[in-house]
Each structure stands twice: as structure tokens, then as C-alpha cells.
Design a protein around this ligand. Structure first.
Ligand code: TRH
Length: 380
């Protein structure tokens, strides 16, 4: 008799941008391919999803993508049986009728809130704790994180091996970049730029333009383009545009599929990333990086930034740690980047080595999907 797969439902509301769907889509695929689970991913905005996965049919109420059952989460909820495990991503509110369906099950499901990523200390003490209850259905907190005792980070099986292979294969990189229309100038360092609007950008671009080493900056279409346009003094920048200012070549790329974005990060010497998912992917790329954190009310994101920096600089010399921290702080305050970029460049070899070591250290933790499955196994 065929074994019945455990059924998981993941609920995702797209609040803004791409992180909500980026994280849940990655998790759903991993649960299917690596843990042989039956996964339904409920998403309220398939247009955001389509940017990461162009095969998505934005009109379909139900479709299969890479083994995941994708369901359009519509306002008029149709009665649905509750799954064995229910994940509400980023504290999204489940449909009332679905909560009833959970409560009606003979054996209540495991209900978890997949929280935002943070390096703050309190995360370890809250991870796995019971949260609210709906009738007899108990909800639990599940926190991703960088420390032992958290839920870890999303990392697909074999990811680092694939990354290392790609980074050791100049021809594979050349072909990938060629597919994006990128012809890397000899001797130029490649930098990718994915960020929110940032008043500090102009000074960073000035610094790169004035650098002794040429830089080829790759900018996927998105929110930062307005600042790039202002600096270049042009309008209507779109994928394919290339502009050269002294030592700096700026090239606009299309927003690529999620798996292609990894290859972009792996190809670059330095990656500016943002939010949550691209931030984690840049760490797996094993290259130095710059994080534009998602802004929150009352500047609480700054505590998260400091918490991460405190962990990240641990293996660095004092001056290198100060250089990278200064750069990140200036970027997140929208302040002048020129001097910070110069200091960072001075410590480049150390920062490169550190990025590799950090990546390997983080990979010692169980990945988030495995940790979720283990949580379920411990719970039943
Ligand atoms: O898009 P983000 O800023 O997402 C978010 C949201 O703001 C969310 O509400 C907030 O909770 C969260 O940040 C912290 O950044 P993030 O998380 O990096 O998500 C971007 C996704 O887009 C990620 O999965 C990578 C993907 N991506 C591509 O697939 N192709 C691309 O070309 C680029 C640049 C990104």
C-alpha cells in the first residue's frame, strides 16, 4: 500500500515586496523535494509570486509547481480540510473557517507561526514556545535564526556544494552572465545591488567610480533604480541599460527567477541584499555583503541590525569588523558611504575569508526545513 504523505499547509500573505513569498515558496519546495511531504502553499498575491517563478498562472485557483500545490488564497474562502501541519508565515491570520476545520480534526494539527529572522538573543528563549490556542489547537512559535537553539536558516540540500562548483567554474559563470547580457570587463569586480531606496547610494557610486579597481555593478530592476537614475542623470532605466562613469559600469538586469538569483549572487564578488531571503542567500554565497534591513516602526530594525553585526564580526580583526560595521550602519542610515567603502576595501581579503568561514559555520546548524520536520516529529 502506498504510504500516505503527511500533509502540510503553508499560508502566505504578501504584505509587500518579495520576502514573504520568497521564503514560503523556498520552504514549500524543500519540504516536498527533501522530505517527501504533501504541501499546499496558500498565497494571496500570485503576481508577486510570478516575479520569482514566471511559470505561475496568476489566474489559476489551484496549480502544481515543482511538486507544490499552489492555491490562490481568496477572500471568499471555500471549505477545505485542515492539514496535519499548518504554518502561518510571518504571523498571518488564517481564515476563520480554516481554523474551525483545524479544531474539527480528530487529532488537532501542529500549528506553527514561522516568524521573522532575527539574530537577537531573545529568539533562542522564545523559539518553540507555545503561543495562543484556538479551541484545542495549540499554536507554537518557530523562529529562524543564527544561533544554536533557533530554527536555523533555509538551506537546500547540497546548496554549498553546488555553489562551490559554480564558483570554481569560470566558464559556467561566463555563460550565466552572458545569458543576462553581462560581459564582464577584464579585471572588473562584480557587485550586485538589491536594496530599498537609499540616499546613501550616490556616495557609494561616487566611491566606486573613483576606485582604482574597476567595478561592474549589476542592478536587478526594483526600488533602488530611482536613486541610480538620479546619480546617472538619466530617466527610465530598464533592464539592458548600461552606463559607464570612470571606473564604474552600471548595468540594469531583469528581475530574475529565484534560482537564477542564487547564480547571480555566486557570480559576484560582493552582494548588496535586503529584507530576509536575499540576505540569507548572500550568506550562502560565501562572499562579502551589505545588508539593507527592512525598516520597522520605532526603528526596531536597528536592534536587529546590531544583533546581527555583533555575531558577524566575531571572527574578524577589530579594524575589519569596524570597517564592515561602519559600512552597514551608514547604508542603513542612508548616510555617506565614501569613507566606509574605502575602509572596507582595505580589508577585502580578510572579509572574503570571513564570508566563507561564516557560511560554513552557519551550515553546521540543521536547516530550517529539517528543523521544522524534526519539530513535528518530536510533537507527535
Ligand atoms: O523583497 P524583500 O524586501 O522582502 C521582504 C518584504 O519586505 C517582507 O514584507 C519583509 O517581511 C521581509 O523582506 C523581511 O527582500 P527579500 O526577503 O530578500 O526577498 C526578495 C526575494 O526576491 C528573494 O526570495 C530573492 C528574490 N529575487 C529574485 O528571485 N530575483 C531577483 O532578481 C531578485 C533581486 C530577488
Amino acid at each position: 500500500m502506498p504510504e500516505t504523505k503527511t500533509r502540510w499547509d503553508i499560508f502566505c500573505t504578501v504584505v509587500d515586496n518579495f520576502g514573504d513569498i520568497g521564503v514560503t515558496w523556498r520552504l514549500a519546495r524543500q519540504l516536498v523535494t527533501e522530505h517527501s511531504l504533501a504541501v499546499r502553499l496558500w498565497v494571496d498575491d500570485l503576481r508577486a509570486f510570478e516575479r520569482l517563478c514566471p511559470q505561475i498562472d496568476i489566474h489559476a485557483s489551484q496549480q502544481w509547481q515543482q511538486g507544490v500545490e499552489v492555491r490562490q488564497w481568496m477572500a471568499d474562502w471555500q471549505p477545505t480540510e485542515a492539514a496535519d501541519v499548518v504554518i502561518a508565515a510571518f504571523a498571518c491570520q488564517l481564515p476563520g473557517a480554516y481554523m474551525e476545520a483545524m479544531a474539527e480534526r480528530e487529532k488537532p494539527p501542529l500549528w506553527m507561526n514561522l516568524d521573522y529572522l532575527s539574530a537577537e538573543d531573545w529568539v533562542v528563549s522564545c523559539h518553540g514556545l507555545p503561543s495562543v490556542k484556538y479551541k484545542q489547537v495549540q499554536k507554537f512559535f518557530f523562529f529562524p535564526g543564527f544561533n544554536q537553539g533557533t530554527g536555523g536558516l533555509l538551506r537546500e540540500r547540497g546548496l554549498l556544494e553546488r555553489r562551490q562548483q559554480f564558483q570554481q567554474d569560470p566558464e559556467a559563470q561566463r555563460l550565466f552572465l552572458q545569458g543576462l547580457g553581462v560581459d564582464r570587463a577584464p579585471g572588473a569586480q562584480l557587485i550586485s545591488l538589491f536594496a530599498y531606496e537609499n540616499t546613501g547610494l550616490a556616495s557609494w557610486l561616487d566611491a566606486m567610480a573613483g576606485d582604482a579597481t574597476p567595478t561592474h555593478l549589476l542592478v536587478p530592476e526594483g526600488r533602488i533604480l530611482g536613486d541610480v537614475e538620479r546619480w546617472l542623470g538619466v530617466e527610465g532605466l530598464a533592464a539592458g541599460a548600461v552606463h559607464v562613469r570612470d571606473a564604474l559600469t552600471v548595468q540594469v538586469l531583469p528581475f530574475v527567477r529565484q534560482d537564477q538569483y542564487d547564480l547571480l549572487l555566486w557570480s559576484c564578488n560582493f552582494n548588496a541584499v535586503r529584507g530576509e531571503d536575499s540576505f540569507v542567500r548572500a550568506q550562502w554565497a560565501g562572499r562579502p555583503m551589505l545588508w539593507h534591513i527592512y525598516q520597522q516602526d520605532e526603528d526596531i530594525h536597528l536592534d536587529k541590525l546590531e544583533a546581527f553585526l555583533a555575531l558577524y564580526v566575531k571572527g574578524l580583526s577589530g579594524p575589519a569588523g569596524e570597517a564592515i560595521s561602519g559600512l552597514w550602519r551608514a547604508w542603513n542610515a542612508g548616510e555617506k558611504m565614501t569613507d566606509h567603502w574605502r575602509s572596507t576595501r582595505k580589508h577585502w581579503p580578510e572579509l572574503e575569508k570571513h564570508a566563507q568561514a561564516w557560511c560554513l559555520e552557519q551550515a553546521l546548524q540543521a536547516d530550517l526545513a529539517t528543523a521544522l520536520v524534526q519539530f513535528y516529529l518530536n510533537w507527535i
